[in-house]
Structures are given as C-alpha cells and as structure tokens.
Design a protein around this ligand. Structure first.
Ligand code: UD1
Ligand code: UDP
Length: 380
C-alpha cells in the first residue's frame, strides 16, 4: 500500500486567537516537503473563527462544528474529546499540534495523549501561578505541559517556568510567539486599505481628527463585578473626555454582550461594534492612542505597534510586556482605570513614553523556528 513519506501533522484549533496565531505556521508548513498538514477546527467558535479563513489565506480542512450558544466548559470538553477521538482513529496523524490555553487545546492534547499520538504545544509555559486567573485557561496550559512531547516557549521566561515544573529541557524550544509573525504579515498589508474598505468594515464613523481609545474584554473571571466596573469607568471617561471616541468590538460571548450592551449602549462617543476582522482590528489598534484590554493576544500585539496598553486584569501570564514602558497592569477597579486613562490623556510626556514600539514576544520568525524543531524531532 502507498504510504505518503511526509509526516502527517494535525493542527487543532477552536477559537479566534488560536487560528490567528497558527496561521503563519500553517502557511509555511503547507510549503514544506517534510510535512502534510491537516488544519482541524473543533468549531468552539463559529462566527469569530469562520470570518478569518479568507483574510488569513489559510483554509480549514475539517470543521467539527461544535459551538452552541452559551456552551458550558464541560459540555465543550466532552464533545471535543468524543469527536476528535473518532477523527484521530480515522486520520491517524503522526503528531497533534495545539496552541495556548483554551478548552480546545487541552481537550485535543488529552485526546492525542490517550490515543498514543505525539503532542506539540505552541505557546507553552505561560503562567500566572493562579488557577483562578485566567480561569480555566491557567489549568488548561499547565495540564497540557504535563503531556506534551514538544513545548514551544515564546521566550526564556516560559522556558524557565517549564523547567521549574520539571519538564525535560530537551522538550523545550524557545521560538518567539507566532502572534508576532501574524501581526507583521497583516501589518505589511495595512497600506493597501482604502477609506471605502474602512467604511465597509463598519469603522467609517471615525473622522481623521478623532482621538481613539480601543477596548476589549471577555475573560470569564471578569464576569460580574469586574466587567461592570470596567464599563462604569468607560462611562465616566466618555463623559469627561468628549473629544475621544471609545471603540469597543464586543466579544460574542452572551455574558459579555448582555453586560456591555446594557451598560454602554447609546452613550455619546462610545461605539459598541461587532468583532472586527483581524485586518481591521489591527488597523484600529494602529489608529488608537490608548488600548484597554484583558485579551492575551492584544497584550502581545499592542506593544509591538507602539501603543500604551492598560491590562484589565489582576494578574497576567505575560509579564515581559510589563517590563516595557507601554504596558500597565491596571486591574479592574473602576477608579484606578479612570485615573490611569486620565493621566495618559492629560500627560503628553507619559503618553509618548508609553508609545515606543517594543516586541518582547518575538521577531516574526517563530513559525520558522517551530518547523526546524519539528524536523529535528522527527529525525531524532
Ligand atoms: C474562549 C477561550 C478563551 C479565549 C477566547 C478567545 C476557553 C475556556 N475560553 O473564550 O481562553 O481567550 O475564547 O476569544 O477555551 N460565541 C459565539 N460565536 C463565536 C464565538 C463565541 O456566539 O464565534 C458565543 C457562544 O454563545 C459561546 C460563547 O460565546 O457559547 C462562549 O464561547 P467559548 O469559546 O466557550 O468561550 P470564550 O469566552 O469565547
Ligand atoms: N481580534 C480580532 N478582532 C477583534 C478583537 C480581537 O481579530 O474584534 C484579534 C486580536 O488582534 C488578537 C486576537 O483576536 O490577535 C485576540 O483574541 P481574544 O482577545 O478573543 O483572545 P485571547 O487572546 O485573550 O485569548
């Protein structure tokens, strides 16, 4: 029977950031003579993932289409394992690659482990050391580290975290974060964007002279009091600084939608918009003076674009950014957020000091390094 000599890699993704961050790797792998790649989406996200295929120029080969409105973590977990188990039996990959800390990542890694398939973990070793924040992601990432055969750490900090947990150093390769590969790929295309594209993307309300503050928030541990406080601080800021436009592409999680729309709808200078295509989100980041976020990916991208970032969380697994001038862990206290944003608006020098491009997470060559490590692993 003919057997394809290329090693079969199955990359499993489920959410928006996973797709964005594996896309440069998939594009490169698909040109490689060594590997055959299947990109499998669990469909943990539907709209937010589906809209990326065309712009990232990466097609998904298999979609398990599991998303349900208001899905529970355990419901997701069980479904992913059941469907992937059957699929791995049929397609027999030589290795399963997962990314980051989502339910998809850990469930796919666990399914591969139970099926005796090798596992590579991209973006391994990030830690807050607090299992409740981010929840459940901190646990997903820890648990994946226990069973992965190859661990791609963005920087030496994550490598040290893994060594502290007794992960064999031979399994750890420092590669940079593919997030930066993806960002640079998109940034090179920003020059092609015309005003008509911006209008079509739903951002035509922004005038040339507008000052812009961008915000995103979706973390489960912020639901309830913290998300309320974040919204209240935006309300106060929008009243105090009418020459600023506050733009909030609202995550599709119904908890986020309900809270944000009930507190911030129909307020002058606050624009609640649907999630943006990646290209236009990066365009908007670039156009913004200040960014408020609890997103992991945005914490990596914004400093590389030279933007001041206030992280709306009590802890972060991305401490390198805090060592730059750009990023401050502001937390979720209403008054503190308000004061910090006001300071940056009012103090030109502070704003300028926080606006130098810095890239602690990589140089855009992470995907290449990952492929070299994969080749070495299969030839070991
Ligand atoms: C998930 C990840 C989180 C990641 C985030 C990226 C877990 C546990 N959480 O959180 O780590 O930071 O994705 O965005 O894996 N929904 C839609 N359409 C979509 C996507 C989501 O309607 O395209 C709604 C659905 O009602 C869904 C809900 O959002 O049930 C929650 O989605 P889920 O993937 O469970 O959690 P996220 O909050 O998106
Ligand atoms: N992003 C996007 N459109 C949006 C908001 C974010 O394309 O409206 C991108 C952002 O540039 C980053 C990724 O989505 O690459 C971050 O995803 P998210 O914040 O949902 O998840 P996290 O990174 O926190 O896991």
């Amino acid at each position: 029977m003919y057997r394809n000599p290329k090693k079969h890699l199955m990359i499993v993704i489920g959410t928006r950031p996973e797709f964005i961050k594996v896309s440069p790797l998939v594009r490169l792998l698909r040109k490689s003579n060594e590997f055959r790649v299947t990109l499998c989406s669990t469909g943990q996200h539907r709209e937010m993932l589906g809209m990326l295929e065309k712009e990232l120029k990466v097609n998904i080969n298999v979609d398990l289409n599991i998303m349900r409105p208001n899905q529970t973590l355990n419901g997701l977990f069980v479904k992913i394992i059941e469907l992937l188990d059957a699929y791995f039996k049929e397609d027999k990959p030589d290795m399963v690659l997962v990314h980051g800390d989502t339910t998809t990542s850990f469930a796919a890694a666990m399914t591969a482990f139970n099926s005796g398939i090798a596992i590579a973990h991209i973006e391994a070793g990030l830690r807050t050391w607090d299992l409740q924040a981010p929840w459940p992601e901190e646990a997903n990432r820890h648990l994946t580290s226990v069973i992965a055969d190859l661990q791609f750490a963005p920087t030496d900090t994550e490598k040290d975290n893994l060594i502290r947990e007794n992960v064999d150093t031979n399994k750890i390769i420092v590669t940079g974060n593919t997030c930066i590969d993806s960002l640079l790929w998109i940034r090179d295309r920003l020059g092609e964007i015309k005003q008509t594209d911006i209008d079509q993307a739903g951002l035509g309300f922004l005038k040339k002279e507008d000052h812009v503050i961008l915000m995103t928030s979706h973390r489960r541990e912020n639901f309830g009091k913290s998300l309320d406080a974040i919204c209240q601080s935006i309300l106060k800021l929008a009243k105090e600084f009418p020459n600023y436009q506050f733009v909030y592409p609202v995550h599709l999680n119904p908890h986020v939608q309900n809270t944000v729309h009930s507190l911030l709808s129909n307020i002058p200078h606050i624009h609640l918009i649907p999630p943006l295509n990646y290209t236009y989100f990066i365009w908007l980041m670039n156009r913004s003076e200040i960014i408020l976020t609890d997103s992991g990916g945005v914490q990596e991208e914004a400093p590389a674009l030279g933007k001041p970032v206030l992280v709306l969380r009590e802890v972060t697994e991305r401490p390198q950014a805090l060592e730059t001038n750009n990023v401050v862990l502001v937390g979720t206290d209403q008054q503190r957020i308000y004061e910090m944003v006001s300071n940056i608006i009012n103090d030109d020098q502070l704003r300028s000091e926080m606006s130098h491009p810095v890239s602690p997470y990589g140089d855009g060559k992470a995907s290449k390094k990952i492929i070299n490590a994969l080749i070495q692993w299969f030839h070991r």
